[in-house]
Design a protein around this ligand. Structure first.
Ligand code: ADP
Length: 160
């Protein structure tokens, strides 16, 4: 049986326990999972790329078969360059679907050998997003249980 390598791309601004749930699930299916932190500046991230990389690398360090990298440019080129054949994306709610479907079909058009695979997190993470975590933190709310330990510290230090 084939043992494909998968790439899980995202902004991870910051990484949440929902992202970690998807990474863990993917690690049980694929021979290697490369978590690719995107340097997509038109999203105007709150955390710089190196900080997002560090937070993820720390949070995922004990999950076997997972590597964290920074990438910029066209995703399908990056995936092909890594000898990967799968793009992982997370689906939380129906509202994620339209954008994800559009991206998946565009990526297929750009490289038909690469498949996008959607994974669903544990239902307790379906309401969780990086932006809601930042909102809670900005207003002084507790982010324990929403983000990995490595991220809590950065959220407390940062004025969002
Ligand atoms: P992007 O800017 O690429 O959407 P995100 O960091 O927001 O980057 O999300 C990366 C991927 O992780 C997306 O597929 C998104 O749907 C998924 N994701 C985000 N939050 C969660 C969550 N709580 N549970 C499962 N998947 C999630």
């Amino acid at each position: 049986m084939k043992q494909p390598i998968a790439v899980y791309p995202g902004s991870f601004d910051p990484p949440t326990n929902g992202h970690l749930d998807i990474i863990t699930r993917a690690s049980l299916i694929f021979s290697k999972v490369i978590v690719a932190v995107t340097d997509n500046s038109n999203k105007n991230p709150s955390f710089d790329i190196k900080t997002r990389y560090k937070m993820l690398a720390d949070a995922a360090k004990n999950i076997p078969g997972v590597e964290v990298e920074i990438f910029s440019g066209l995703l399908v080129d990056y995936v092909g360059g890594k000898k990967a054949s799968v793009i992982i994306r997370g689906l939380r709610v129906v509202s994620d679907f339209e954008y994800e479907f559009q991206m998946a079909l565009m990526n297929r058009r750009l490289n038909k050998k690469i498949e996008t695979v959607f994974l669903m997190p544990d239902e307790s993470y379906t309401y969780l997003s990086s932006s809601i975590v930042k909102q809670v933190s900005r207003l002084g709310g507790n982010t324990k249980g929403l983000v990995p330990k490595s991220v809590e510290k950065y959220l407390k230090e940062k004025t969002l």
